[in-house]
Design a protein. Structure first.
Length: 363
């Protein structure tokens, strides 16, 4: 393979974590279908086979041109290593712009490296705000938005957040939710009964899907509240936990009892959303899953005190319940609530990558 440092590219795209892969897939494919030469870089932030390799295959993503293999370090060490390594591949001679996605450490590392090398930085999924600066993702979002040259927002509230922060309106474009592009493309496979094989996970009745990965929830106190609350329902429901490596490590090191639940490996994209689609209820601290359950019209309880995706509460199927002893009553309420069809959400139409591509070509 020709060394990437010796080639010229029309742009670069950077990913590192599972949510990034879902967001980059439609945009990378759109650019390359139109014969643009894209330098595709993976930092290696999510290293687990199920969190990375299987997702690439599911989404039809090609192999990255560069994999930095920067994995499980402390947050600061990881960020520093990423910037150091990215600096070898991102310079103004071979690439003039970089797309970063979402709010993970890789996103911030890419934005910093791009700006330090006079490369334009385009942030996809800009403007989301939870108001909680204790969350590393919130800090990442705010720093990336501050130094990026173009901010592609997924919703009107995200657009308004940036205006409130006195960011120039010329930098901002509301393009819609790029995760929905990927979901719509794969929708038929996700909902196909032929692809749903509950017996593989020993599911014999209605079930919940539970996902946890936020550091704030990976504590003895919060896990005790969550697990003890949800275990009240295990006489009537199975509880399926596709375990993020961070959760799996914490449970193992602290010898936390999960015997009442079905703890499984992280699942490829289509299979995971198939499990969500066929579930009775989803409980999560994820951001993206709030949006996916809204689009799939599935009940979702968010185990956090706030959300950066208020549209999923206002127009979707999501309720933010925090982590407290009310979890039992909240689950009961959710189970007893009949869902009506969700409202149509502006620009959740599968064409976000088209709008970004058109904007890029106008430069």
């Amino acid at each position: 393979m020709v060394k990437v440092t010796e080639k010229k590219f029309d742009t670069a795209m950077l990913v590192g974590a599972r949510p990034n892969f879902v967001k980059v897939a439609p945009l990378l494919n759109k650019f390359e279908e139109n014969n643009l030469n894209v330098l595709f870089i993976h930092t290696g932030q999510h290293w687990d086979k199920n969190m990375s390799e299987d997702i690439f295959r599911d989404l039809g993503l090609r192999e990255p041109d560069v994999n930095l293999n920067i994995q499980n370090n402390s947050m600061n060490e990881q960020l520093g290593n990423m910037v150091f390594e990215l600096d070898k591949y991102l310079n103004y001679k071979n690439v003039k712009s970089l797309f970063v996605f979402g709010d993970v450490t890789s996103t911030l590392a890419g934005a910093i490296t791009a700006k330090n090398n006079s490369i334009k930085c385009f942030h996809v999924e800009a403007g989301l705000r939870s108001g909680n600066l204790d969350m590393p993702e919130e800090r990442n979002r705010m720093m990336v938005d501050t130094i990026s040259d173009k901010l592609y927002t997924p919703s009107n509230d995200a657009f308004d957040n940036l205006i409130t922060e006195n960011i120039s309106i010329e930098k901002i474009k509301n393009v819609g939710n790029i995760m929905i592009d990927t979901l719509i493309k794969n929708y038929e496979e996700i909902v196909s009964i032929e692809n749903f094989k509950p017996s593989e996970f020993s599911i014999e009745r209605d079930y919940f899907v539970l996902t946890l990965h936020r550091p704030t929830n990976l504590s003895d106190q919060n896990l005790e509240i969550i697990f003890s609350g949800i275990s009240e329902f295990t006489n009537n429901y199975d509880v399926l936990i596709p375990a993020h490596p961070r959760l799996k490590d914490y449970v193992s090191k602290n010898k936390i009892d999960t015997s009442k639940f079905r703890v499984i490996e992280p699942q490829p994209y289509i299979r995971f959303l198939g499990l969500v689609y066929n579930s009775e209820l989803c409980l999560t601290d994820s951001g993206g899953l709030q949006e996916e359950t809204t689009f799939l019209n599935k009940k979702c309880l968010t185990l956090r005190e706030e959300t950066e995706r208020p549209i999923t509460v206002e127009k979707g199927t999501n309720k933010v319940i925090g982590v407290n002893k009310n979890i039992i009553s909240e689950v009961n309420d959710a189970l007893n609530t009949k869902l009506v069809s969700r409202e149509e959400i502006e620009l959740w139409d599968g064409n976000t990558s088209d709008r970004i591509f058109e904007d890029f070509n106008e430069r």
